[in-house]
Design a protein. Structure first.
Length: 139
């Protein structure tokens, strides 16, 4: 898995890392059982502090997407075929989705444009997964 971050961007780096990993899980680029780089290695690859990577990994662990062990490191715990999410997850997600949709509406996108963007993104997640695995690139 290869992704980029914006060190000086408006989104905190740990959230960017979390988001990119979730996208690789959604696209099946990182299926259940896939290992992720060690926090220190990913931090070196991205040129950031390893505590930032650790924070992203810990959030993903709390969300049930990663399993973190001493020997195996960070391993993808679930994917789209893993069944329903844990109780309460959907409520939080709907709240975040509501905020994103409100932002799009406030910026002037029509309902049709918003739905079209949503459809395109979901279809992208369902397309054929990428082959190979590499990670870490700062922009």
């Amino acid at each position: 898995m290869l992704f980029t971050i914006e060190p000086d961007g408006p989104v905190p780096i740990y959230q960017q890392i979390r988001g990119r990993i979730i996208e690789t899980i959604a696209t099946s680029e990182a299926p259940v059982g896939s290992g992720l780089p060690a926090t220190r290695q990913l931090a070196v690859d991205l040129g950031i502090n390893f505590h930032v990577v650790n924070k992203a990994y810990d959030l993903l662990r709390q969300e049930g997407l990663l399993r973190i062990g001493r020997k195996a490191g960070a391993v993808v715990e679930r994917d789209a075929t893993s069944g329903p999410p844990s109780p309460g997850w959907e409520e939080g997600w709907v709240g975040r989705l509501r905020t994103m949709l409100a932002e799009a509406t406030a910026q002037g996108l029509s309902a049709e444009e918003i739905v079209e963007h949503c459809r395109d993104i979901v279809v992208g997640f369902l397309s054929v997964p990428c082959e190979g695995s590499a990670i870490g690139e700062a922009s």
